[in-house]
Design a protein. Sequence first.
Length: 312
Amino acid sequence: MPPAPDLPPVLILMATLNGAAHLRAQLESLAAQTHRNWALWVSDDGSTDDTRALLAGFARQHPVHLVEGPRTGSAAANFLHLICHPDLPTDRPVALCDQDDVWLPEKLAAGLGALAQAGATDPALYGAESHLVAEDLRPLSTSSARGARPGFGNALVQNLFSGHTSILNPEALALVRRAGPQPGVPFHDWWIYQLISGAGGHLHLDPRPMALYRQHGANALGARQGLGGGLSRLASLDRGEFRRWSEANRTALASVADLLTTSARETLAALTAPDVPRSGLARARLFRRLGLVRSSPAGTAALLAAAFMGRA
């Protein structure tokens, strides 16, 4: 695919921490993009391996800007620190990039083209499916949102816009910067999806795979589907993690409620009211009434069961 000169320049935002084992392959995939008008911004959170040396070598041939991370050990905090960095240019789209994946060559062109076709002058978010691969890039499966309809009711209970494929237009970037770093949110990409959907932004979920999503022990969460992903999420429900994550997200959203639509504020208020049922049939009915749905009927049924048990 030839370069697309009509597409805008884009900033690739990468958060790193001791990622040398997989970083070279990701950097090579950036260099191989068909859309070449990009610059890489990296927030390094205190790497002690060869991460910085690899970035320095890459910078000899490509535009790279390195900033110091917040040194929290949290990928979410590191990404939001970079997105909200005062020196980051804000006049162009930004593409989020994990240190351990591999982008397909047309990834940037596809995402920027989709955002351009949408013609949105309000916040817009692009995401795509991925080929799931093992640590050695051996193929495993392909992600699928099963025709899900993105929106705030889904965003509150599921992340459809994984950070390794997400692209934000300048208006979406401005929205996230207005909301600030929000140190309590557990996952930056899930937070971004919630914020942009809650603000009434445009959501484009590409059914085409645009990245090799490496599955390994250091993944912050891993893929959302398949037996492994399903078992992982069931375990998080059993440990109460999902509810804690959801409550942290809702607290962050409540702190920036002025950025949300009236409908989103009403949904959020219903979930955070002092007398909201904490479990039982009343809580499951509340979830259904508010339109909280996952990407499949089975997923929504599991969500309602978790709400009944007080785990969502």
